[in-house]
Design a protein around this ligand. Sequence first.
Ligand SMILES: Cc1ncc(C[n+]2csc(CCOP(=O)(O)OP(=O)(O)O)c2C)c(N)n1
Ligand SMILES: [Mg+2]
Length: 798
Amino acid sequence: MNDLTTSPSTISYDAAVLDEIQRRVLWLATRIVDAANHERDTGDGVKVGGHQASSASLVTVMTALYFAHLDAPDRVSVKPHASPVYHAIQYLLGNLDRSYLRTLRAFGGLQSYPSRTKDPDGVDFSTGSVGLGAAAPLFAAATRRYVDAHFGARPRSRFIALLGDAELDEGNIWEAVADPATDGLGDVLWIVDVNRQSLDRVVPGVRIAQWEQQFSAAGWHVVEAKYGQALQAAFARSGGECLRDWIDAMPNEHYQSLFGLEPSAVRARFLDGAPAEVQDFCAGISDDELAPLVTDLAGHDLGSLLGAFAECDAEKDRPSVLFAYTIKGWGLPIAGNPRNHSALLTTRQIDQLRTSLGLTEATEWDRLDPMTPAGQWAAARRERLARTPRSQTGNGVVIPDGTGLRAARPISTQEAFGRILVDLSRTESVAPYLVTTAPDVATSTNLAGFINRTGVFSHVPRRSWSEDPVLKWAEGPDGQHIELGISEMNLFLLLGQLGLAWDLSDQPLLPVGTVYDPFVLRGLDAFIYSVYSGARFIVAGTPSGVTLAPEGGAHQSTITASVGLELPKVTFIEPAYAVALDWLLCGALQSIAAAGQPVIEHGIPGGEQTETGSFYFRLTTRGIDQQPFQDARGRLGDAILRRQVLAGGYRLVDAAADAADGAPPVYLVGCGAVMPEVLTAAAELADEGIAATVVDVTSPDRLYRAWQRTLRQGVRTATAPSIPGAIRSAFPDRAPVVTVHDAASHTMSWLGSALGVPAVSLGVDSFGQSGSVADLYRAHDLDSGSIVNAALAALSLR
Ligand SMILES: Cc1ncc(C[n+]2csc(CCOP(=O)(O)OP(=O)(O)O)c2C)c(N)n1
Ligand SMILES: [Mg+2]
């Protein structure tokens, strides 16, 4: 055994032991992909795939982290294509059952990319869409800073992201780095896997210098782990500086071409175009030494890496980024090959690798022998990294069924939303857990009242110089609003991490974000990422639709309702009336607060049974008369009405009561801001002897899901599906329907199928423009006259 080396980060390690471990990690990661592709008959002829080269690139970095650096509270985001390395490490640590090793990319098996909700071995951050998983730890650290300030310090976590160098091409990376909300997070470390390759090509060298400057300019601590110890020793020798200069100046494409060569061919390629002094310096080095020397990169040198980690650890007041130079396909015959991104080793190459590592077919899947120093080291690390169970703090949160909001005059859902939040900020069992955020639209989305009461979060107190009587922008550690720059990506990444605080920071929160509705789409990938990760939050898209008429087409959202309806783990809600919003918002908060432990989902998709995710409220600035809702309250009583509002829809006007016998019935189904036109149309139809019942759909999503649930159940059990109760109670009779929505007409057009009746769907199917509400509604057939005509058309289709 070698002498123990002490890394500055306090863990003493045996370099030979760590090297043995990383060889085994490399083997297992490579073989996991190999087995998935060569041992499983999927029966469909579709390539299984996997990334041996991308994985190999991170083997040393991840061995250093998990076997000599991390502590139990630390949280790590692993580059998507290195998932086999993560699983190999968890297996060696004893956290993953051996039976999983042959299941990469199989149904119910290890996921192709790390997944919080689908992998069995404790993934901290899902990754897959490059850039997003990398940025997530930054927002998790911002969340921790918030949690520590409000609820007392948690045991310190380091939030680490392992990202591919080409991930830095993604704009969301730079939006995250630039936002003041992520400023000064000293517990963050990003490790960039600088293998100078992306999917298609070798990345030009100049990019790396530029990226480093961008991080520096944003206040990050930038470190390079570029050359390994052997190369550094060579640079230190007399005349060695010219060697460094030559390698530094060499284009990446040239340098990268060295890896695929036989040692005897490396000299000629390496010295191609080199000055005489470099030729002379290398003359004294044999071919067998030269090849490993000139490709000795610090990203595969455990000592260099651990030193760099420690250096970053010492930075307490700013995030660090470590550029670790690596080799894509390190230790494999495909090393450095520009086309190696999806390359797989042949069975012969696998056999050779197995033999070279002293393994046999009988021992290849074994863990490290517990009787050896490597096995003992792994056991000790398993113990050190064991996580303490969550403390369940914050479970005392109690959300009322409603705030008792009164709305005597016409009011918009956006204004009601602001008032409900203010009211909740006065409710002791709710207030501490509420945290709001917005990308520079807090005041224009009615968060000002909440902000006036709770303040803006800043980890250091900041004096406000404003004397604005309407908005007190006081910033300090007590603030409960996190203000972001104009980045909808950052909004959804932050909401995602606030919505995972119960897991990653042991503190349930009630996160509420606001965004102009059209720009939900600007952050959509991060929205999807966050809900895919299991986050629970509320987002209000407001104002929405062509109803914000004078603002014009660039601000008028049309397809967002469809997005909300179709996104899994998101419940889409668009109420028309203030009290309905009150009940729905409180109901959503109750669902978030009640959410239990994470569940690993290997179930069959389709027809979700429960709402365990996030909520998307689509709101408007159009004030509408609240009397019709008050009338429905009087007619139905709060208990029944509330149940129906929460279920997705109720009869706002019931024509049955006063229609003459034989009057043809029709349903006018409105959602959101268009309700006044729907009511006017119903009255006009009544005058013409048509019994028009008005249904207010508060959540097309909940109705659709209820319908789908019964359908799917019917499909799976081969029985005839029935119309679900939520739809039946709003539509007791069989009659044609007209759906009216300030959103794409498609969002509610399924209702005809669900009810088995003729349907005409009115909605916004072209881009809007400036004008008055009346102008815009007329242009998109949302005016009462068009609704009347649509009802007549629907009746004629019977
Ligand atoms: C948003 C997104 N776009 C494209 C891809 C497809 N893709 C997967 S890996 C990759 C290249 C990644 O290169 P790099 O980050 O350098 O990783 P390496 O494999 O070199 O370690 C691309 C384009 C993706 N996964 N996500
Ligand atoms: Mg790369």
